[in-house]
Design a protein around this ligand. Structure first.
Ligand code: PLP
Length: 455
């Protein structure tokens, strides 16, 4: 049976007529009616008009437990009072001075306090800009052209990272990306240290290795902690820079991100999302001598041309105010632990549902992440094997596009739960027992319909 014939689709369509009308209007101005590929939803997106805490409400009056969490930015939930207050106060004092301001110093000081590897920082407006700048810094600092990336790891949408994520795992360029540029990026299978060793042996012109430290797509393809330590040693040995892309994990796995939790010092770190408290913002942080390639005096003293870097909204006062409020809460409260604990309870409860309903799906994840592998080919595999990196990463990625995965998203929406479509999600510090109960009930109902309809 096709998913479009499912009861879950019928329920969704019945609940969302106004969203459908807006989606029809959107099709006249946006490609696919969308402003972000990650919000694609068949048969149509939902249109949200209000959010608070762990919940959001759509234009048809439906209430959702939210696991999109602002694409991971909202560890503290929607509209945390201290963040809102900081932004409102700043709004009245000016949104853009076109000048330096004290808020950017306080914001940077918090980053440096939580991330000891951040000897110097440069703010950007997004995570994509942060990874783009980190790669340029690495090339300039080492004088080497090539970057080693891991297949399926996501670092935004700029040209160097726009292939080998959901497709083009052979490293070929996607439409609009130069072949020459792609040929300067070496893609390595995730989690395979010998493969990294071989690549570093084969190429002596690799500037940096960049990765998501808890594994691709917020831990969907998990990495072992021991792998990270081995990678740190290997890159240091070969004088190759190690870049942790902590756009998602920063201020989430722990106040000091994945590196704080695993006691590791990368050479460069990219940050965004929680960094700016739910407003736009990103940063590159790391070793002083690398960031000094942005410094006028250091570059002049070294007799080299500095890297030019502008950006109208870098460290803008609104994002800085929101960021200071959010990072202060991350530092002074147990926000990370609360989100982690909730995710662990959710994973456990989902595992119970899958077992009781007799499905061979795997529920896994670490920290405040949860992932549902719908096992479309009915392989013999356990969550522990996936977590240990002992299962084919392409199969995990492919399952995200399966009929069952798509039906989970629609079914959960119809039951008042908004999950990102991989399927899985990040949790927040403000999800409640009631949210958990509602989410698990929605999951049970959805699973039962899928089992009955898809077989
Ligand atoms: C690990 C990682 N790096 C970079 C980015 C890109 O950040 P942005 O969407 O702010 O450009 C993302 C976004 O989801 C991400 O998850």
């Amino acid at each position: 049976m096709l998913r479009t014939e499912s009861q879950l689709y019928a329920d969704f369509l019945e609940r969302t007529p106004t969203s459908r009308q807006l989606a029809e209007r959107a099709a006249h101005c946006f490609p696919s009616g969308l402003t972000h590929d990650g919000r694609y939803l068949d048969p149509h997106a939902i249109y949200v008009e209000r959010a608070e805490g762990s919940r959001k409400w759509d234009v048809d009056g439906n209430e959702y437990v939210d696991y999109f969490g602002g694409h991971g930015a909202l560890l503290l939930g929607h509209g945390h009072p201290q963040v809102v207050d900081a932004v409102q106060r700043q709004m009245a004092r000016g949104t853009h001075y076109g000048s330096s301001h004290e808020l950017e110093l306080r914001w940077a000081a918090l980053v440096q306090e939580l991330f000891p590897s951040a000897e110097r920082i440069r703010f950007t407006s997004s995570g994509t800009e942060a990874t783009m700048l980190a790669l340029r810094l690495a090339r300039a600092f080492t004088g080497k052209p090539r970057i080693l990336r891991f297949a399926t790891h996501f670092h935004g949408w700029h040209d160097h990272v726009a292939f080998g994520v959901g497709s083009h795992h052979d490293g070929t360029a996607t439409p609009g990306v130069l072949d020459d540029l792609a040929s300067n990026v070496v893609l390595c299978p995730p989690g395979d240290l010998d493969a990294v060793r071989d690549i570093l042996q084969q190429y002596d012109d690799i500037a940096a290795v960049i990765l998501e430290p808890t594994g691709a797509s917020w831990g969907q393809i998990p990495l072992a902690e021991s792998y990270l330590h081995a990678l740190r040693e290997l890159t240091a040995e070969r004088e190759v820079l190690l870049i942790f892309d902590e756009v998602v994990t920063g201020f989430r796995c722990s106040p000091g991100g994945a590196q704080g939790r695993f006691h590791l010092q990368p050479d460069l770190t990219t940050l965004a999302k929680i960094l700016a408290g739910g407003l736009p913002g990103g940063a590159v942080a790391g070793r002083r001598e690398i960031l000094d390639w942005l410094d006028y005096d250091a570059s002049a003293a070294a007799g080299r041309e500095k890297i030019t870097h502008q950006g109208t909204y870098n460290a803008n006062p609104l994002s800085a105010a929101a960021g200071i409020a959010a990072l202060t809460l991350v530092r002074d409260t147990d926000a990370c632990e609360r989100a982690n604990t909730y995710a662990a309870r959710l994973r456990e409860a989902f595992r119970g549902v899958v077992q009781e309903e007799g499905l061979d799906w795997c529920i896994y994840g670490t920290f405040s992440g949860f992932h549902i592998f719908t096992n479309p080919d009915h392989e013999t595999v356990t969550a522990a094997q996936i977590e240990a990196g002992e299962f084919c990463y392409q199969k995990i990625k492919a399952a995200a596009g399966s009929e069952a995965s798509r039906m989970i998203r629609i079914g959960m929406l119809s039951q008042g739960v908004d999950l990102p479509g991989w399927p899985g999600g990040p949790t927040s510090a403000v999800h409640t027992d009631e949210d958990l109960e509602q989410t698990v009930a929605a999951f049970r109902h959805t699973v039962q319909v899928i089992r009955d309809e898809l077989g």
